[in-house]
Write a protein that binds this ligand. Structure first.
Ligand code: SF4
Ligand code: SF4
Length: 422
């Protein structure tokens, strides 16, 4: 059975998290579907990294408001352009400002091209979770992920991944779905298996600028293509009831089937409570919403508390729960929660929208996978019960919280399974 683990573009957490656009939109690749970078793979000679004073103030302020755990996500552009000394300073500041017993998480999303032994050693030492962008085998990857001169990056990325392996760094593969790979799910899954990539995540490609969130998004794949992709990929992932690979969306759906919440915001009850910070400290509610209209303040000038208390933040968070009628009536609402507000077409007042662009894909997948997901969930909960029974701990009272961590009462959750099983 798989476990979720990802340095995804969306940061899953219940408490407030921070995602930093480490070098603004500087990037050394010029992927043709990029929704953020504008430098066409030619970052200027001067590094665009966050100023030390701002870094210090933000980490201190965030730590002061932490409740035992903090999560940082480092994105770009290409965050490794900031250089290793920058990240050494980051971890030093985190250690200096962390209250005792604080758990610190760092996730970093990279195109992989700048990795080396020093980076890998550092990531291992500080337990960074690394996401590497890779769109599949060479021919697929190189069709979109190129340098400024048009050279494919596949060979380089694959060589660089070896550094992560050499140092046993946790990493996952993030694959953007586009016309070149969406119809080839089995080929993708075979490639990951061959390369020993056990943690993967797919995100449907979109062609829009996050700086203009009110302009309608354009998508690189249709809902029909995505639906077919999910179903076929699921067949491979399911592996006759014994999944051996973690795929983020499937893991999330399995979590919901066992009574927990989805980790990723798209199918969570709420949008991710992760502040997206630009290099200059400007704060935004999501990396799909980085227009000046959605700006929440500046972390160098405003306190974290002030930023999250702004009406603009509340208005953003309300978007997801403002569901169209189709969602309210939908049989799969508990699995989907209306998808992502960025994928809905809104009226001019932002008071009502249609369903998520990928609605048909979700429905098709939920229906296709439902029975097998339910079987996996039952198997998983039975295994937990056996493990619990073997631990020698007393069974919880019937009204106590369930041992599986769903938050439900034991008698309603795993209790019935126990009564008929271990
Ligand atoms: S709008 Fe909400 S659901 Fe969509 S990506 Fe942003 S945080 Fe996630
Ligand atoms: S599957 Fe479609 S209708 Fe159902 S909740 Fe998701 S977006 Fe809404």
């Amino acid at each position: 059975m798989t476990a979720s683990r990802s340095a995804s573009t969306r940061v899953p957490n219940k408490a407030l998290g921070v995602m930093w656009k480490t070098v603004s939109d500087d990037c050394n690749l010029a992927c043709d579907y990029c929704y953020y970078s504008t430098c066409a793979g030619r970052p200027g000679p001067k590094r665009n990294r966050i100023e030390r004073a701002l870094l210090d103030k933000t980490i201190r302020g965030y730590m002061e408001n932490s409740q035992g755990s903090v999560g940082f996500a480092w994105q770009g552009g290409e965050p490794l352009l900031a250089g290793l000394p920058f990240f050494e300073e980051v971890v030093a500041l985190q250690a200096r400002h962390a209250p005792p017993n604080t758990s610190i998480g760092n996730a970093l999303q990279t195109n992989g091209t700048l990795l080396n032994e020093d980076w890998a050693r550092f990531f291992r030492k500080y337990n960074f979770l690394i996401g590497v962008s890779l769109d599949g085998p060479k021919q697929i990857h190189d069709a979109h992920r190129n340098t400024a001169t048009g050279k494919g990056s596949f060979d380089l990325v694959m060589r660089k991944i070896q550094h992560l392996r050499n140092h046993d760094v946790d990493f996952n593969i993030l694959t953007v779905l586009h016309s070149g790979n969406v119809d080839r799910p089995r080929e993708l899954m075979a490639f990951y298996a061959r390369e020993g990539f056990r943690y993967v995540q797919f995100i449907p490609g979109m062609d829009f600028q996050a700086q203009f969130p009110d302009a309608p998004a354009r998508y690189l794949i249709s809902a029909d293509q995505y639906g077919r992709f999910l179903c076929e990929t699921f067949d491979v992932w399911y592996n006759n009831g014994a999944p051996s690979m973690s795929e983020r969306f499937f893991d999330d759906m399995l979590s919901v089937h066992v009574g927990r919440e989805a980790g990723l915001c798209t199918h969570g009850r709420k949008c991710s409570q992760t502040l997206v910070l630009e290099k200059n400290g400007d704060a935004f509610p999501c990396d799909f919403y980085t227009s000046m209209e959605r700006r929440l303040g500046n972390i160098g000038l405003d306190s974290l508390r002030d930023i999250v208390d702004r009406p603009a933040y509340r208005q953003f968070l309300e978007l997801k729960g403002t569901l169209p009628q189709a969602c309210i009536r939908c049989d799969y609402l508990r699995l989907c929660f209306g998808g992502c507000p960025r994928n809905r077409v809104w009226d001019s007042g932002r008071r009502a929208s249609g369903p998520d662009y990928f609605c048909d894909a979700y429905r098709r997948f939920f229906s296709y996978a439902e029975e097998r997901m339910a079987m996996l969930a039952k198997k998983l909960r039975t295994r937990w019960l056996h493990e619990y029974a073997g631990s020698g701990l007393p069974w919880p009272e019937r009204n106590a919280a369930c041992i599986c961590g769903s938050g439900a009462k034991f008698k309603r959750c795993c209790g019935p399974l126990r009564d008929s099983g271990p």
